[in-house]
Design a protein around this ligand. Structure first.
Ligand code: FES
Length: 98
């Protein structure tokens, strides 16, 4: 379990990247306030997924617009999957991990 910081660091509808145990993790705060965490490095050509546009289900990589489901990690456009991580809010903090 890692405390990444205050949930308010991430504006609603946006993502931020964090380095956790040497790995880049993108955490998104959906418009309903819920959190999603996925690997931050796009498996296509390494684009910054935390900077991608999101809706309530998918993130779209800003470089070539491939899309991934934020809950399953599955690609919507024929790319390899991305890793998804358990994440939740606790007393205004972002907790990553079980
Ligand atoms: S680097 Fe992300 S879609 Fe190409």
């Amino acid at each position: 379990m890692n405390v990444l910081g205050p949930v308010d660091d991430i504006p609603l509808g946006e993502g931020r990247s964090y380095t956790v145990d040497g790995e880049m993790i993108a955490v998104f705060r959906l418009r309903d306030g819920s959190l999603r965490a996925v690997s931050a490095v796009c498996p296509h050509l390494g684009g910054p997924l935390a900077d991608g546009q999101i809706d309530n289900r998918v993130v779209v990589c800003p470089l070539h617009l491939n899309a991934w489901d934020l809950t399953t990690g599955c690609s919507k456009s024929g790319q390899p999957p991305i890793s998804v991580y358990p994440v939740r809010e606790d007393h205004g903090r972002i907790l990553l991990g079980e």
